[in-house]
Each structure stands twice: as structure tokens, then as C-alpha cells.
Design a protein around this ligand. Structure first.
Ligand code: C2E
Ligand code: CA
Ligand code: CA
Length: 268
């Protein structure tokens, strides 16, 4: 049956995922985050990829959910953290521009007692300034184990690692609750951007989200920007930071280097 089939696939994937790091099957792609006023790349989001030798590429939507059901997610998340710091250090030595890299941090990771220590160790190992690393957490993560998560976030922020609120707008949390968190940036979820042209009330929603973020003194990034019309509308409502296929898909580290060299010579 379909159900037992998906169950056995899940079990198989979980089993393979345990060895994915040792077998060198994981890698990262990076998606540029653009400041549309200066036309510069201000950051890259690191996105985890898994290439299994027989099953091929497994989507992060599928394997990260499996990993999150066990401690496996901690192993993967730490691999991402150290790989990103090593990569950023390499790019610093190459003299690439001072963009940040953001990593997606799941609830299990931010709640680990050793989380801050581990972040500091990774930065120190690669002699990276804290502002080169940012962490993205979702509303749901921010709302889990609130006291502890808040303390960790404040300490991180004080240390210089900014925190980005990911997928903003689709969670269940009240705004008055969220404002007590030290978010540096909010990322408007791509569902709002995607609907801009099918649904006119979505335009007002988007405009309000941008205005709210700005009034709270936060940076606002729109994600999932795919076409010129979306880019154009976002510009007109004062949203000046964007991420999406319109600018670039998530790309390999090699492509990042040529993209950045290109962008800095022609200025988009
Ligand atoms: P996310 O954090 O919201 O990441 C953005 C997703 O949107 C990425 O999907 C990206 O490829 C996709 N995207 C970017 N631009 C566009 C666009 O213009 N249109 C559309 N339709 N999509 C766009 P991806 O890479 O498949 O990742 C899916 C999710 O998996 C991520 O959502 C994140 O929640 C999770 N994820 C990815 N990498 C990691 C990781 O290293 N650690 C953890 N814990 N989660 C990760
Ligand atoms: Ca993200
Ligand atoms: Ca997102």
C-alpha cells in the first residue's frame, strides 16, 4: 500500500542519512540576498543538499523532516555550521566582499545547552568576525521553550550574531509577542510574494508587513521573488532586500565566486 511504501522509504532514508556525512554525500548551496538599492549581495543563505549515490538528490523538505524526528538533526546542523564557517573563512582569505552567510537553525539546535559555545568555537576556529554569520529561525522555533530560546538569542545578539525571523507571517504567534525577541531581520514568507498577482488583498498584506518590520527598526527581506512584477511592486513599497529566483537560484560555491565577481564588475 502507499502508506507502507512511504513508511519504508522513510526508514530507508533515515538509515542512509546516518552515514551521509561520512560518505561525503552532503553539500551546501548558497542563495544570494540582494540589496536592491545598491545592487549588491549582502548575504547568502546556506541551503543543505543531499545527493545519495543511488537514490539521487533528496529534497531538503523530505530529509530534514526525517532528521528532525531524531537527534540526527543535531549532527547535520553542526556539519552545516562548521562547513559554512570554513567556506566563509576561505572567501575572506580570497578577499571577497563582506557579505554574511545565514544558516537555518532548528529548535533542537538552539535549545542545546552547548549551542552558544559551539557557535563561538566555530567562529574562533576559522577566525571569523561574528557579523559574517547570521542564524535564521522560524516563528515556531522562537515559540518553543520560550525562556531558554530568548536567553540564547539575546546572548547571541550581544555577541554579534544577528538573528533572522524566517518564514514570517505564516506562524501563529501574535506580533506583540514577537517584538520582545531581538530579531535583526524579518524574512517575509514566499507565499505572500507568490500570491501578489493572483490576489489583490495580498498587496496590502505585503505592504503592511514591510511597514511593520521597518517601523520596528528591523531589516526586511522578501523571499521567493521570482518575476519582475513582484520585484517592481516590492520596490514601490520600500522593500529593499530580496531573495529569489528572479536574482538567482541557490548555487554552488564555485558559482558564488563567479557571480560575485561578475556582479561587482557590472553592478547588475
Ligand atoms: P527556507 O529556509 O524557507 O529556504 C528557502 C527555500 O525557498 C529554499 O528551498 C529555496 O531553494 C527556496 N526558494 C528560493 N527562492 C525561491 C523562489 O524564488 N521561488 C520558490 N518557489 N522557492 C524559492 P529548499 O532549499 O528546498 O529548502 C527547503 C527548506 O528546507 C528550507 O526552507 C529550510 O526550512 C529547510 N532547510 C534547508 N537547508 C537547511 C539546513 O541547512 N538546516 C535546516 N535545519 N533546514 C534547512
Ligand atoms: Ca531560511
Ligand atoms: Ca524561508
Amino acid at each position: 500500500t502507499g502508506m507502507s511504501k512511504s513508511l519504508s522509504r522513510k526508514m530507508l532514508l533515515e538509515q542512509y542519512l546516518h552515514r551521509a556525512i561520512e560518505h561525503d554525500e552532503l553539500y551546501l548551496e548558497y542563495q544570494p540576498i540582494i540589496d536592491v538599492c545598491s545592487n549588491e549581495i549582502i548575504g547568502l543563505e546556506a541551503l543543505l543538499r543531499w545527493m545519495h549515490p543511488v537514490l539521487g538528490n533528496i529534497s531538503p523538505g523530505e530529509f530534514i523532516q526525517i532528521a528532525e524526528e531524531s537527534d540526527l538533526i543535531l549532527k547535520l546542523s553542526n556539519w552545516v555550521l562548521f562547513t559554512v564557517c570554513r567556506q566563509r573563512c576561505y572567501w575572506m582569505d580570497q578577499g571577497l566582499a563582506p557579505f554574511y552567510i545565514s544558516i537555518n537553525v532548528p529548535a533542537q539546535q538552539i535549545q542545546q545547552d552547548t549551542f552558544i559555545e559551539t557557535i563561538k568555537r566555530a567562529l574562533k576556529q576559522y577566525k571569523l568576525p561574528a557579523e559574517f554569520l547570521k542564524i535564521e529561525i522560524t516563528e515556531r522555533t522562537a515559540m518553543t521553550n520560550v525562556e531558554k530560546t530568548l536567553t540564547t538569542m539575546r546572548e547571541l545578539q550581544e555577541f554579534g550574531v544577528d538573528i533572522i525571523l524566517d518564514d514570517f507571517g505564516i506562524g501563529y504567534s501574535s506580533i506583540s509577542y514577537l517584538v520582545q525577541y531581538p530579531f535583526n531581520t524579518i524574512k517575509i514568507d514566499k507565499s505572500f510574494i507568490q500570491d501578489l498577482y493572483h490576489n489583490s488583498s495580498q498587496k496590502s498584506v505585503c505592504r503592511s508587513l514591510v511597514a511593520m518590520g521597518k517601523n520596528l527598526g528591523m531589516n526586511v527581506v522578501a523571499e521567493g521573488v521570482e518575476v519582475f512584477e513582484q520585484y517592481h511592486y516590492l520596490c514601490s513599497i520600500g522593500c529593499d532586500k530580496m531573495q529569489g529566483y528572479y536574482f538567482s537560484r541557490p548555487i554552488s560555491q564555485e558559482l558564488v565566486e563567479s557571480f560575485i565577481n561578475h556582479i561587482y564588475t557590472v553592478k547588475l
